[in-house]
Design a protein around this ligand. Structure first.
Ligand code: GAL
Length: 834
């Protein structure tokens, strides 16, 4: 009787009865088919929006746009270092008002997936760990270590308790339906073995013991202990399955593209491939997916991790850094979501039957009692194919999935974009001009009264505790008149080895050179001949940190700054090692004076007019300006500057570094074939980031203070304020293309339409391009092909000019007859908005 088959049946029955019991008693539970909310199995569509990466004033609009895009759930990490900057001193205000954020989501009628972590990763400074944790005695991060576990438990409990007090868990009637403990710990556990396994067990038990009444997930954690659900993160997850068939198949990070690093190109992921990946996941039993990121936002202040993560965390997400829908991505995914939801009943009721339709083609059919949904997939990256499914012929474009909510009608194909695209432009705000003043941050020297002197080189984060990016390392050397180099002119070679991340070298107050690492290797070596004179020479090294690492293990061992050796070669005595000399340390004077704030700027004399410093290192700049009218998002064009930081009214916009141009490969990009983060990049040879978001809500109507600290030297007079706006909108629609509207409204009869709409307050002023036939190119660069209907413009001009939005049917008769019978024609159109 104890045979394995019998046991399996028994376990199965237990599981079934358990899930039935749990679905009626608890408000959120799950089984192998999905998350169950109030007794209903759901297909849940989620998107990541990290609350501190936008302003509270932006949250309602972002969440409304997420809802309009078809999302059910908003997912966010909880950012420990933002909430507990000092041990036991908590901060939950402004951008860190987590409860307010969750309530905004609740008010919009959406759910929340709260990734408490408290380790986040997320390209966030130190992965979300407070830097003070590094200095707790005995601390070893993310393993079976008592000090770490105690701190982690303390913060996790703190967050769970706040949520409970505010009644935010679904079990209490709130919006939180899921939580997460840890983040992608599986690969770390694999590396460290037993202590990692023990830590996983502990973390799971600790989390479950908090009795939130909603399920927990662990992402990338194949051995997640029951009842915690292990989930997938990646560009594709159709082949992933959880570690037990009592758990649903969930994808917690559908990467919508990738992050940008200073010095790296900007990644993009085509909407067609993203939709294809999601459709494949759903057709293969997936029931929850979350876009990472749905709105990436901005790494304000010094929150960027890495090191070298850029200030923009745009991520090529469906809602861009500025809070505007990125089209066609946003619209194409909205259409995908509608199509999936039309299939929801069948999807949650049964497992699919999979049939081959060709060598690289499959049908996944969900046939339930009263519903039937089918997904027809063509995995071939090159060829379009005609397949027969239930006696009907369907054309499948390469690398695409068609969705048939009735097993008959194609309402959506992942490679056929029905949504409009927009061409966004950054346009100078003409009526805002800056009148700059400058202040020179004089390089510090070892004999400065307020410098601290010790023997040897100190690790930078230990000194600054990450309260600043900057630390001066200073020493001096006496040159005797008999030094050979004074006669032969071969100046000595100074070599400085640093753990990172950037360095400026001053000799006797003069900039001698700079060095910096990269996201691939933060370390740097400065090595150059330096001009030394007879007598005392001051060596001043400004070491600059660029965000602390956010990935991996042993955060306690991470370091930065000039760790040495520092050597000087070419003196009479040969090569000397300065590492063990006396070194003095100091912070930036401008930071000590609070020059980024209203209070600080009035404490010193500034230069202006003809005395304004330009293209000189270590310069503070300030100017006043009035807020421009309108409500379009704002940014600063920093392309004339080198490297530094920006503040508006005392709030830090973040680090800027347009002088670090993007190294990498930027090729033409096709949506077909496996995507990875280096496939579709732009900006090669240009600044990785040129524009820096200025949140509208940080501005007053008049008298705003803009402060810039420039490290390398730049021209502030060329900095401009710009607005981000849709200059034109485009549609690119095939005749016969599947149309949701045709299924929903006109029972399969309607022809596809091109829909165009300008941003609120703008109208279509000109049809810049229109061609029905075989046009080529993309929005902004369409060209006529060798087939073009001669009346292509007429219908568009008639229906669209002077309108905010319009639509035109895509069919030969609308454009004066078929210009090339037998070919698969499309309409490409670009309309200017003004
Ligand atoms: C994941 C991680 C996220 C984020 C992402 C890359 O592995 O869980 O936090 O870092 O990579 O953007």
């Amino acid at each position: 009787m104890g045979s394995p088959a019998f046991l399996t049946i028994k376990i199965f029955l237990l599981a079934v009865s358990y899930s039935w019991v749990s679905s009626v008693t608890a408000s959120v539970s799950y089984d192998h088919k999905g998350i169950i909310i109030n007794g209903q199995r759901r297909i849940l569509i989620s998107g990541s929006i990290h609350y501190p990466r936008s302003t509270p004033e932006m949250w309602p609009d972002l969440i409304q746009k997420a809802k309009d895009g078809g999302l059910d759930v908003i997912q966010t990490y909880v950012f420990w270092n933002g909430h507990e900057p000092f041990p036991g001193k908590y901060h939950f205000k402004g951008r860190y008002d987590l409860v307010r954020f969750i309530k905004v989501v609740q008010q919009a009628g959406l759910y929340v997936h709260l990734r408490i972590g408290p380790y986040a990763c997320a390209e966030w400074n130190f992965g979300g760990f407070p830097v003070w944790l590094k200095y707790v005695p005995g601390m070893v991060f993310r393993t079976d270590n008592e000090p770490f576990k105690a701190a982690m438990q303390n913060f996790t409990e703190k967050i769970v308790n706040i949520m409970k007090v505010e009644k935010l868990f679904k079990s209490q009637g709130g919006p939180i339906i899921l939580s997460q403990i840890e983040n992608e710990f599986g690969p770390v556990e694999y590396e460290i073995g037993n202590p990692g396994k023990a830590y996983t067990q502990w973390a799971a038990k600790m989390a479950v013991g908090l009795n939130t009444g909603v399920p927990w997930v662990m992402c990338k954690q194949d051995d997640a202990p029951d009842p915690i659900i292990n989930t997938c993160n990646g560009f594709y997850c159709e082949g992933f399955f959880p570690n037990s068939n009592t758990k649903p198949k969930m994808w917690t990070e559908v990467w919508t593209a990738w992050y940008t690093a200073f010095g790296g190109p900007v990644p993009h992921r085509p909407a067609e491939d993203l939709a294809y990946a999601v459709a494949r996941f759903i057709q293969n039993k997936g029931s929850f997916f979350n876009y990472y990121m749905y709105h990436g936002g901005t790494n304000f202040g010094r929150t960027a991790g890495g090191p070298f993560i850029a200030t923009s965390y745009d991520y090529d997400a469906p809602i861009d850094e500025y809070g505007i829908q990125r089209n066609p991505k946003w619209g194409h995914l909205r259409d995908l979501h509608r199509a999936i939801k039309l299939c929801e009943e069948a999807l949650v009721s049964v497992d699919p039957t999979v049939m081959s339709l060709g060598r690289n083609q499959e049908a996944h059919v969900f046939k339930a009692q009263s519903s039937c949904a089918a997904f027809l997939a063509n995995y071939d990256p090159t060829y379009s194919l005609n397949v027969t499914f239930r006696n009907v012929l369907y054309e499948l474009p390469p690398w695409s999935v068609s969705i048939l909510p009735d097993c008959k009608t194609v309402v959506f194909n992942t490679a056929r974009v029905g949504a409009q695209s927009s061409l966004m432009k950054m346009i100078d705000v003409k009526d805002v001009t800056f009148s700059w003043q400058s202040y020179n941050e004089v390089p510090a020297a070892a004999d400065d009264a307020d410098a601290v002197t010790v023997v040897g080189l100190l690790e930078q984060i230990n000194v600054t505790r990450d309260n600043s990016d900057y630390l001066w390392y200073m020493t001096s050397i006496k040159i005797e008149p008999d030094e050979g180099f004074l006669k032969n002119g071969h100046y000595p070679l100074l070599t400085v080895m640093s753990a990172g991340h950037a360095l400026l070298v001053f000799i006797n107050g003069q900039l001698e050179g700079k060095a910096y690492g990269s996201i691939d290797d933060p370390r740097l070596t400065f090595s150059d001949n330096v001009k030394l004179d007879v007598g005392i020479n001051k060596i001043s090294l400004l070491s600059v940190a660029l965000g602390l690492p956010n990935v991996g293990l042993h955060f306690e061992l991470r370091n930065a700054g000039v760790l040495g050796p520092v050597t000087l070669q070419g003196l009479n005595q040969g090569k000397i090692d300065l590492s063990g000399w006396k070194w003095s340390y100091k912070s930036l004077k401008g930071e000590a004076l609070n020059l980024h704030s209203f209070g600080g700027i009035s404490s010193i004399e500034w230069a202006e007019g003809s005395l304004l410093a330009q293209n000189q290192p270590l310069m503070w700049y300030n100017t006043n300006f009035d807020a421009p009218g309108g409500n379009e998002p704002l940014a600063l064009d920093m392309s004339s500057m080198g490297k530094g930081q920006i503040w508006i009214n005392g709030e830090s916009i973040g680090r800027y570094w347009p002088a670090y141009t993007a190294h990498g490969t930027c090729n033409a990009c096709s949506y077909t074939g496996i995507y990875n983060e280096t496939k579709c990049q732009t900006n090669c040879g240009q600044p990785s980031e040129r524009w820096y978001h200025v949140p509208r809500s940080w501005l007053k109507p008049t008298g705003n203070l803009l402060v810039v600290f420039e490290e390398w030297g730049g021209d502030p007079t060329e900095i401009t304020l710009v607005t981000r706006t849709a200059e034109s909108v485009c549609a690119d629609i095939f005749e016969g293309q599947p149309s949701l509207r045709s299924w929903l409204v006109e029972s399969g009869k309607a022809l596809p339409k091109a829909h165009l709409s300008c941003p609120p307050g703008k109208k279509m002023s000109k049809i810049k391009f229109a061609s029905f036939g075989l046009p080529r190119g993309t929005c902004g660069s369409f060209k006529e092909g060798n087939c073009h209907a001669y009346r292509s413009y007429d219908a568009l001009e008639k229906n669209c000019i002077g309108q905010q939005s319009c639509s035109v049917t895509v069919a030969s008769e609308v454009f004066g007859g078929d210009p090339c019978p037998g070919s698969n024609k499309k309409l490409s159109v670009e309309a200017a908005c003004s």
